[in-house]
Every structure is written in C-alpha cells, then in structure tokens.
Design a protein around this ligand. Structure first.
Ligand SMILES: *[C@@H]1O[C@H](CO)[C@@H](O)[C@H](O)[C@H]1NC(C)=O
Ligand SMILES: *[C@@H]1O[C@H](CO)[C@@H](O)[C@H](O)[C@H]1NC(C)=O
Ligand SMILES: *[C@@H]1O[C@H](CO)[C@@H](O)[C@H](O)[C@H]1NC(C)=O
Length: 368
C-alpha cells in the first residue's frame, strides 16, 4: 500500500525541481558575467555628486581611466578653501576620492550690534538656513522677532525679518486706591524692578482701615506691575469668645485683619478644632473658633472620640461579633440539614432502584 502511493507523489516533486535549479545556475552565471564585465570594463561609473559643488560641463556617457572631471561651487556656495575640486578616473576604475570642503555656504549680511541685546547663533553661523535668536538684557524687552532666519533666493542671501531692538522696561504709575496711598506718588514713570508701597489712610470713623492684598508692587515688565493693588477697608472680626475656655494670647480692643488669637479650655474640657484662629479678609475667624468639649483629649484621634470614654462600649464591635456568631450558627445548621437530606435521599434512591430493577426484569421478557 505504501509502495503504490509513494511513486504517485514523487514524480510531481521531481518534475518541478530540475527546472528551477537550471534557471538558478543560469541566473548565477549571468550575474557573475555581469559583475566581471563591470569590474574589468575600462570605465568608471558616473562622477560622484556633492552637496556643495557640481561638475563643470556636461556629464559624458562613460569615463575611461585617466578622464578628468572638474567641479565648481553650487549656487548659494562660494569657493573658500584650497581643497581640490578635480577628480579623475583611476586605473582600477574608481574615482579619486575628493570632498566638497572647498565650498562654503553664503552668509547673510552681518548683524548690526543691537544695544542691550544678546544674539545667539542657533546653528553656529549666519549662513542661509541658519537661525539667530535674540534675548534682551534684564530690564529690557524685545520689539520685533525673537528668531530670524537667513534665507537664500537665487544667488542672494537675506534675513527673513528685520532685526529686533531692545527697549527699556518702563511702568506708568500704579493705580490709586480708595482710603490709601503709595510711596513715590509724585513719580511719573517707573523703571524695571522699581517698587511702590501702599499704606492706608487713618480712618475718621470708629474703626481703622486694614490693607488687604499685596503691600508692595514692582514694575516687572513693560507697563506691568507685579500684582493688582491692595484694598484699604474695614476688616473687623467678632470679639473671640469661647464657652468653657478662654483666650490666652492676642488680646486687643478690636480684632482687625490678620489678628491672631490662641485659646485654651478649662480643666476637664478639651479643644475640638484649632486652638489658633486668624481674622481673615471676610471679617470671619479662620478656621472657625473651636469648641470646648467635656472630658480628656482623645488618645486615638482616628476613632470617634465618643467611644473612647471608659465604660462606653463600642457598638461596632458588638455588631461585628453578633454577625460572626450568627454566621457560624447558620453554617452549622445548614451543614447538618444538608447531610440529613442527602442521607434520606440516598436511602430512598437505593430502595427505589432495587424495586424498579426487579419490576423491569419481570417485564422485559414479556414485551416481545
Ligand atoms: C584604486 O586605486 C587607488 C590607488 O591607486 C586606491 O587608493 C583605491 O582604494 C582603489 N580603489 C578601489 C575601489 O580598489
Ligand atoms: C538649526 O537649528 C535648529 C534648532 O536646533 C534646527 O531645528 C534646524 O534644523 C537647524 N538648521 C540647520 C540648517 O541645521
Ligand atoms: C470670602 O468670601 C468669599 C465669598 O463668600 C469667598 O469666595 C472667599 O474665598 C472668602 N475669602 C476668605 C479669605 O475666606
């Protein structure tokens, strides 16, 4: 059986294999011949190409050993260094290796010196395709482009934009405020980093004005002050009172903006909240005034303090224990009930099958 099936498959394999192997040999031969023809032919390949220079005259269809090719700098490049720009086809049919280092990229017009400005040549030179970055000295700001690019059009180079300039940072006087004033109010123009300091006028009413916000402003950029001016207004918090406790620091007649007060609870009480409060700009104590709670300070601040008093049971634990007991009882009862049901079932099943088996045995021979 194996002998009859094997020859039926083999011829198909044999018929395919001779043809490709013949072609392969032919292909290899052709490639080898081509390679030999190429390597032993009396010709160099096309002359090499360069980024900065191009050959003088037209390219010939073929070059023989001894043939010479001259190069010149391309448009946008100039002859700057004494490297050879001539190559020739050598006896082994390869071009004498040369470089295009003789040519250099054309540069843009020299940049003028810009007062109070530092120039950064991003690509190292001011040749076309290269960028220049400008940064003003401190206290000056840039008018114009931060970056300019040297560009090439035909044989000419030019800057993409006009060079910027750096101008002195100045600020006009900061805003005037109600019920207050600032220093140097007679100055018309402020220079970079110069500052003014605000203060509130004395009040003619019963409460003093509080300065809310930044007291000092600085000229940080052209026409820009460091922040908005402060306000002068009455900020007054309620007299700090603590039931079952007392104030221990910061005693005053009136509690204005940023007044700070510290509290202490009476013996047998403890502070709930912050013992230090500050009068904020909304005339409210921040954080809110604390309360004094009866009893010692809780030892475990993470647990609700009410459960920590001696003799006070923790309901959560009782609840958990109860659940555990019920769960165990339920599991035991279910298990016993399950076993009982299984036993009963098994017993009934065995008995039932014995009876059925007997009856079927009696009936079987009767059927035909
Ligand atoms: C051709 O010959 C020159 C010297 O005559 C040698 O420097 C060069 O490496 C040779 N090139 C090749 C491709 O063998
Ligand atoms: C010049 O430098 C910039 C930033 O590094 C780069 O993006 C750009 O390609 C460079 N240009 C050239 C011509 O090297
Ligand atoms: C003052 O009150 C306003 C509005 O009720 C609120 O947005 C602001 O945050 C309060 N400021 C302070 C310092 O509490």
């Amino acid at each position: 059986m194996t002998a009859s099936s094997a020859p039926s498959k083999e011829p198909s394999v044999r018929r395919e294999s001779p043809l490709p192997s013949r072609w392969r040999v032919l292909g290899t031969l052709l490639v080898t011949v081509g390679f030999l023809l190429f390597t032993f032919s009396d010709a160099c390949g096309p002359p090499p190409k360069f980024e900065a220079m191009e050959m003088v005259g037209k390219q010939k269809p073929s070059y023989s050993p001894g043939d010479q090719v001259n190069y010149k700098c391309k448009q946008g490049w100039e002859h700057a260094y004494t490297f050879t720009t001539t190559t020739y086809c050598e006896l082994n049919n390869s071009w004498l290796p040369i470089t295009d280092w003789a040519c250099e990229k054309l540069k843009c017009p020299k940049l003028p010196t810009i007062p109070h400005c530092r120039e950064h040549l991003v690509n190292g030179t001011i040749a076309w395709g290269h960028q220049v970055h400008f940064v003003c000295d401190e206290g000056y700001y840039l008018v114009g482009r931060k970056f300019i690019l040297c560009q090439l059009k035909g044989a000419r180079t030019f800057w993409s934009h006009a060079v910027p300039r750096c101008e002195k940072i100045l600020c006009s006087p900061p805003p005037k405020i109600k019920n207050g004033k600032y220093t140097f109010s007679d100055v018309d123009i402020f220079e970079y980093a110069e500052s003014v300091t605000y203060s509130c006028d004395p009040s003619h009413g019963e409460d003093e004005f509080s300065l809310v916000g930044e007291k000092s402003l600085y000229c940080v950029a052209n026409g820009v002050w460091s922040s908005s001016p402060p306000e002068c207004r009455v900020v007054k918090c309620l007299y700090p009172e603590l039931k079952n406790g007392r104030q221990i620091t910061g005693f005053r007649k009136k509690y204005y903006y940023q007044a700070t007060v510290m509290f202490e609870c009476n013996l047998g009480y403890h502070v709930r909240g912050s013992d230090t409060v500050v009068c904020n700009s909304n005339s409210t104590w921040e954080p809110p005034i604390p309360t004094c709670v009866k009893g010692p300070r809780p030892t475990h601040p993470t647990k609700p303090p009410v459960y920590n008093y001696p003799g006070y049971p923790e309901p959560r634990e009782i609840f958990n224990e109860d659940i555990d007991a019920w769960l165990i009882a339920l599991i035991v009862v279910t298990a016993i009930a399950g076993i009982a049901v299984c036993c009963t079932c098994l017993y009934k099943c065995i008995h039932g099958r014995k009876k059925k088996g007997l009856s079927s045995c009696h009936h079987l021979p009767e059927q035909p």
